[in-house]
Design a protein around this ligand. Structure first.
Ligand SMILES: *Cc1c(COP(=O)(O)O)cnc(C)c1O
Length: 368
């Protein structure tokens, strides 16, 4: 039995007719940069997330970048974030000239530890970027409290969490803005790169719309310098079709995770804690295990895909040496990077594939 880590072709087969019709409509209209399909998608995402505005952009990375720009994060500023995330979270902070200040993660959820944030705040701190890792929100109440007390901007990196909620409120609607990615492997994946910023501030939405199109307002008149962060019409059309299926896909991922959880109960295979007030969308189903790399090899030999998100925390990446961090500064993130392994959890996965995967994992540890 083969169990790939992800099977995008299986998902494509379920939406092929709808999607090809939507793409064909965009071709007929020739509205390839933004346009009506993107506007429609933005309206639907805002309604789905429960916020006032959604602004389509060129990628999750550009969503973070334009969010930081719109909130005036600038050279000399510090931005607090987690070292256990995809590179773009911290890369964008440096790209606007600011300094990432890393805060270690909670050992159970792997999200930023809210209790450790306040001690890292200085007179230069301008913003906090919590990341909703693997589809589960970081604990927003204590993070929002710190942000409010110190008058900091709050940007949610919700690139892995579209549709996830906390206390019934969706990811991307707690902070000043939320940033989403539609990279093909995300829970809502486009046919190429894409992203989006959510906000309920009219002023911020207006600013982001201007900045995503070079800062022009009106056309060919520039009061500030933005970039080309536009979302393609074809991506808007594809994503609009897929958005209708997102909720049912997320439910399937959750059911798969529950089955894995049951099969791993009582074994040494640990899984991140899902907080009681959270509904995860399981962008990843991660386990934390000893001898991780040999387990991954064993799974591959048995036709089972797996992946490591992430093998090295950001504070010790070569490109950030000038920040002055050292091995040992973020002990939890460093430990977790050596233990985590993501197992297949895509919606179209079958229960027997999950059972086979879990059984093979347990067999590696001599348990079956
Ligand atoms: C995917 C991702 C991004 C970047 O999104 P792109 O669309 O690939 O640019 C940023 N942050 C996190 C946490 C992500 O998972």
């Amino acid at each position: 039995m083969q169990v790939p880590i992800l099977d995008l072709k299986a998902q494509y087969a379920t939406v092929k007719d709808e999607v090809t019709r939507a793409i064909s409509d965009v071709c007929e209209s020739q509205a390839f940069a933004l346009g009506p399909a993107v506007a429609e998608f933005e309206k639907n995402v805002a309604a789905y997330c429960g916020c006032k505005h959604a602004i389509g952009v060129s990628s999750g990375t550009d969503a973070l970048l334009v969010g930081l720009m719109a909130l005036n994060v600038a050279p000399g500023d510090e931005v607090v974030t987690t070292p256990f995330t995809f590179f773009a979270t911290a890369g964008c902070i440096v790209r606007v000239g600011a300094r990432p200040v890393f805060v270690d993660v909670d050992p159970e959820s792997y999200n930023i530890d809210p209790a450790l944030i306040e001690e890292k705040i200085t007179g230069k701190t301008r913003a906090i970027i919590p990341v909703h890792l693997f589809g589960q929100l970081a604990q927003m109440k204590p993070i929002m409290d710190v942000a409010r007390r110190h008058n900091l901007a709050l940007i949610e990196d919700a690139c892995q969490a579209i549709g996830a909620s906390q206390d019934g409120v969706k990811a991307g609607t707690f902070g000043d803005c939320g940033c989403f990615s539609f990279y093909p492997t995300k829970n809502l994946g486009g046919f190429g790169d894409g992203g989006l910023v959510t906000t309920s501030s009219d002023e911020l939405a207006q600013r982001i719309r201007i900045l995503r199109d070079h800062g022009q307002n009106p056309r060919y008149f520039y009061k500030e310098i933005g970039g080309n962060f536009r979302l393609d019409g074809i991506q808007g059309a594809v994503l609009n079709v897929k958005l209708k299926h997102l909720e049912s896909w997320n439910v399937k991922r959750r059911q798969h995770a529950e089955l894995y959880d049951r099969l791993f109960t009582g074994s040494p295979v640990k899984t991140p804690r899902i907080d009681a007030n959270n509904v995860s969308i399981y962008h990843q189903y991660a386990i934390a295990v000893p001898d991780r790399d040999n387990l991954a090899k064993y799974l591959a030999e048995n036709g089972i895909g797996s992946a490591v998100f992430y093998p090295k925390p950001l504070h010790v990446q070569d490109c950030f040496v000038q920040l002055g961090y050292r091995e040992g500064d973020m002990p939890i993130a460093e430990r977790v990077c050596g233990e985590v392994l993501s197992l297949p959890v895509y919606p179209e996965l079958q229960p027997d594939q999950i059972e086979h995967t879990a059984r093979t994992v347990l067999k590696f540890y001599g348990l079956h």
